[in-house]
Design a protein around this ligand. Structure first.
Ligand code: SAH
Length: 368
């Protein structure tokens, strides 16, 4: 790849940030090329500041179940990992996590888990209803994998505001190599469109450096983001888990992950972009670097300390004090040192959605 001068790079970044479609060759250069990444990160930070200033939104992540019916080849809680510790939280435990989080200043709770049949349509709807009743000024985000459209509808009716479902990869061929044959790319993408249509603020996303991922697959991810226009995008490096078939693969690179995050900020200026736990896992300052490359969300762990170690998606996942809600003061300090500020706010996407509109009507949104 030819080293280009900074004027050309700036021109290309401006083209992306202005909404123009890039050619295959231009994408390839931005992803793989040798150019000064600081130019890219700086531009992403500039665009983020235009829309969100220096605000960093915090989401309290509650990992409600480590049971999963699926067998994704990269994931530590895959069904066939007999060594994975399994737990599920009771409704009372989940509510007490929310209580702790609320006091700490969290205004979004993210309920994430493996695809666990114990969490029936009704059970989840009931839980969402209770959280919204107790904390009407908070947003509830669900991240419970692929379900029937009726489930998504019921949970939305119960008050859920947002849904996170990473698409994992927008290349059908690549999808097939990192998932068991029982899962289909088409179904996952259909779920995302359903969620969006129902009215959720919807998040997709992908891992960087997952086995068999080509540059073409990453370009497909960017094209999918452009088409789907998600309100949130989760991007983190792949990190091997020792009890999965991908144990011997290398982890995703820091620079490549930051590159994809920054490009996403330029492509979708108003999106909510977390500096992910996985990014913080591969580098001691991964999350700060993420913020400086266009990210504007962090998701500290609110799960009860006793189960944190069991929600083991990949090796060495941060689940120590620093990553937990108790480490929030420390996190705030680190965010401030990086030049940003943690705010007490629901942190809705600036992209209009039915969910944001609904909370506006009920006076619950902090932003509008
Ligand atoms: N069952 C839910 C939640 C999955 S866990 C769902 O399907 O959405 C949340 C995310 O962790 C996944 O979407 C995946 O992108 C990420 N993840 C799983 N294993 C990983 C690994 N080994 N390295 C990095 N990220 C991983």
């Amino acid at each position: 790849m030819r080293v280009q001068d900074s004027e050309n790079i700036r021109g290309l970044l401006d083209k992306l940030a202005s909404g123009y479609e890039l050619s295959e060759q231009e994408w390839r250069f931005l992803i793989d090329g040798s150019y000064d990444r600081e130019l890219l990160y700086h531009k992403a930070d500039e665009v983020r500041r235009q829309h969100y200033g220096t605000d960093v939104y915090i989401r309290g992540l509650i990992e409600i179940s480590s049971y999963c019916r699926n067998d994704c080849l990269y994931c530590g809680i895959r069904r066939s990992n007999a060594r994975a510790g399994r737990y599920r939280l009771s409704e009372e435990e989940i509510l007490s996590c929310c209580e702790r989080g609320y006091v700490l200043g969290f205004r979004t709770f993210v309920l994430q888990g493996g695809e666990d049949a114990f969490f029936t349509t009704k059970r989840v709807a009931g839980m969402v209803g209770k959280i919204k009743e107790r904390y009407p000024d908070c947003a509830v985000t669900l991240s419970l994998g692929e379900r029937e459209r009726e489930d998504y509808e019921a949970w939305y009716q119960a008050g859920a505001d947002r849904y996170l479902l990473r698409h994992e990869t927008a290349s059908k061929e690549h999808y097939g190599k990192i998932h068991p044959p029982t899962l289909s790319y088409e179904h996952r993408i259909q779920c995302l469109w359903d969620l969006k249509q129902i009215g959720y603020q919807t998040g997709c996303g992908f891992m960087v450096g997952s086995p068999y991922q080509s540059t073409e697959a990453l370009i497909a991810d960017m094209r999918f983001l452009r088409e789907f226009q998600p309100q949130m995008v989760g991007i983190g490096p792949f990190i091997p888990h020792h009890d999965t078939p991908f144990r011997d693969y290398a982890q995703g690179s820091l620079t490549r992950t930051l590159t994809m995050a920054a490009l996403t900020r330029l492509l979708l200026p108003k999106t909510l972009l977390p500096a992910t736990t996985a990014l913080g896992t591969i580098h001691p300052e991964g999350r700060e670097l993420g913020l400086k490359a266009g990210a504007n969300v962090v998701m500290p762990n609110l799960s009860p300390a006793g189960v944190r170690g069991q929600y083991s998606l990949y090796d060495n996942k941060l689940c120590t004090k620093e990553e937990s809600a108790e480490g929030l003061e420390d996190l705030k300090r680190r965010v401030a040192v990086a030049g940003y500020q943690v705010v007490v706010d629901r942190g809705d996407s600036r992209l209009e959605t039915a969910a944001a509109d609904r909370s506006k009507k009920t006076g619950n949104a902090g932003v509008y």
